[in-house]
Design a protein. Structure first.
Length: 175
């Protein structure tokens, strides 16, 4: 017979047991972008947003080859990849002025951000986390130039944007 209150649980003192099964939470690196070649996220190249509907992370990142560009990840290391090299000759710096903003539009979840393609300067872009669904937003073909004083707010299944010349535009990524 076990000795009571000796601060040890003896077999004859166990009346019942319970087993708890669980799945560990996901943790660990999502990406180093380029091991040993770059830091991944750097000053002015660190904007990111989690797309709830798509279950994807969009982020600005550096891999030491393509400059600061747009990356996509499903939240684990082997899924992280360059989504689009917006500026093949330099840094697109997605989200540098406006960040990355996820919006539920009539077409589904879209992320709005600013980027510089190296040709038209810093402009409004939109992405659905696919290569074909990532594009520059224009007004009848005209660029929507942005500066560090530009603003973007979510409104009416889209965004309202204040451009470099203080004009206000609404867009859902298509209109």
């Amino acid at each position: 017979e076990g000795v009571a209150f000796d601060q040890h649980l003896h077999n004859d003192e166990v009346r019942s047991s319970i087993q708890i099964c669980s799945t560990p939470l996901l943790y660990g690196p999502i990406s180093d972008f380029a091991i040993g070649a770059a830091n991944g996220l750097t000053t002015n190249c660190d904007a990111m947003v989690w797309m709830v509907e798509q279950q994807r992370l969009l982020t600005a990142g550096v891999n030491g080859i393509d400059g600061c560009e747009l990356w996509v990840s499903e939240g684990f290391e082997s899924s992280t990849q360059l989504l689009l090299d917006i500026n093949p000759n330099g840094d697109a710096a997605p989200g540098q002025f406006l960040g990355l903003t996820s919006v539920q539009t009539s077409e589904g979840e879209r992320v709005f951000f600013d980027a510089d393609d190296g040709v038209n300067g810093r402009e409004l872009w939109v992405s659905d986390a696919t290569l074909n669904g990532t594009k520059r937003v224009a007004d009848s073909g005209a660029t929507l130039s942005l500066t560090s004083s530009s603003k973007l707010v979510q409104w009416g299944q889209g965004v309202v944007l204040k451009t470099a010349n203080d004009a206000l535009y609404w867009s859902d990524g298509n209109t």
